[in-house]
Design a protein around this ligand. Structure first.
Ligand code: GRG
Length: 295
């Protein structure tokens, strides 16, 4: 296995893709169009950042890879579900995702809604299929993910986002929206590996919690910057769409320089949290990737 995390990325994305392939019904299984749309949404070139965070946290805490495949796949299924909904005409009304037609454009709106509807329960089904995990801990894992994607997590953040279009938010309101809309699932990725680790001291769990909250907000600010500064062919979705929708974003409200500065501050804050842990090289690599990524 390569010594650096970058060299292990293909190994981990391969593992989670294999698990996703195993749990998603084949496109030839009826209802074929629904299964085809579900597979299209999951296998169309995502970076798999959330599964990578699960594996990187597992590396740090000594959790075997085999225990991490199910939470990594479950979280990626929820992520895929959220993107299908996010792109719908009732939400951001996007035609392009990852350089390809969005699910409702490739199929039709009703199929996209149903595909997303089916990805979510599949995620929870996968999460109950863990080998060698005591039932009480498994239940806590299910609850962690349920809260992360519900009204006190991702869905709540999306609701604030939609209501904020055309409005001026202060920095606290904006960062709360980011923490929920985007940060909650990144937080669940890291904390799910924490839940599967044996005997981790409370200060280390608190450090992972602080780290994940900092990089969760930084992830969304970087996403905003890419929407302003990136090119459609690189970011895989129409550049400048936030401005078109009059979205409340960090660059729109506070400017590009302040956005870059806040990303750097959050990176430094996140890395500082990791100081109480050993074996954090992979998490630190991912944190830097999140604030420097080009797509
Ligand atoms: C899913 C429970 C649930 C409800 C739907 C639509 C919605 C509520 C939430 C959307 C939240 C959302 C789309 C947040 C944006 C997060 C974000 C920056 C996504 C892009 O993530 P990447 O860059 O994507 O990891 P790839 O394409 O690499 O997978």
């Amino acid at each position: 296995m390569p010594a650096d995390f970058e060299g292990r990325i293909d190994h981990y994305t391969g593992r989670v893709s294999k698990k996703l392939d195993a749990v998603l019904p084949e496109s030839e299984v009826e209802p074929c169009r629904l299964h085809e749309a579900m597979r299209y949404s999951v296998f169309n070139g995502g970076k798999r950042v959330r599964p990578l965070l699960v594996y990187a946290t597992g590396e740090c805490l000594g959790v075997p890879e085999s225990k991490l495949d199910a939470p990594a796949a479950a979280i990626e299924l929820i992520h895929a579900f959220s993107l299908v909904h996010d792109d719908l005409p009732a939400m951001d009304d996007d035609d392009l995702r990852r350089g390809k037609p969005t699910v409702h454009r490739q199929f039709d709106e009703a199929t996209a809604i149903l595909a997303a509807d089916a990805l979510q329960p599949l995620a929870f089904s996968v999460l109950t299929d863990l080998d060698g995990v005591p039932a009480d801990r498994n239940v806590r894992l299910v609850k962690l993910l349920a809260n992360a994607c519900g009204s006190i997590g991702m869905t709540g953040g999306q609701s604030i986002d939609l209501r904020a279009e055309g409005r001026v938010l202060d920095v606290e309101e904006l960062e709360l929206m980011y923490a929920l809309k985007t940060g909650a699932l990144l937080h669940a990725s890291i904390m799910s590996a924490g839940l599967l680790a044996e005997g981790i001291p409370a200060d280390q769990i608190a450090a992972l919690d602080g780290f994940s909250r900092a990089i969760g907000v930084a992830f969304q600010i970087r996403d905003d910057l890419l929407d302003v500064e990136g090119h459609t062919d690189v970011i895989g979705k129409p550049a400048g769409s936030d401005e078109g929708l009059r979205k409340a974003t960090y660059p729109a409200l506070f400017g590009i320089e302040a956005s870059r500065k806040r990303c750097d501050e959050l990176l430094a804050e996140g890395l500082q949290h990791l100081e109480v842990l050993d074996g954090v090289g992979s998490l630190a690599w991912l944190a830097r990737y999140i604030v420097e990524r080009g797509n």
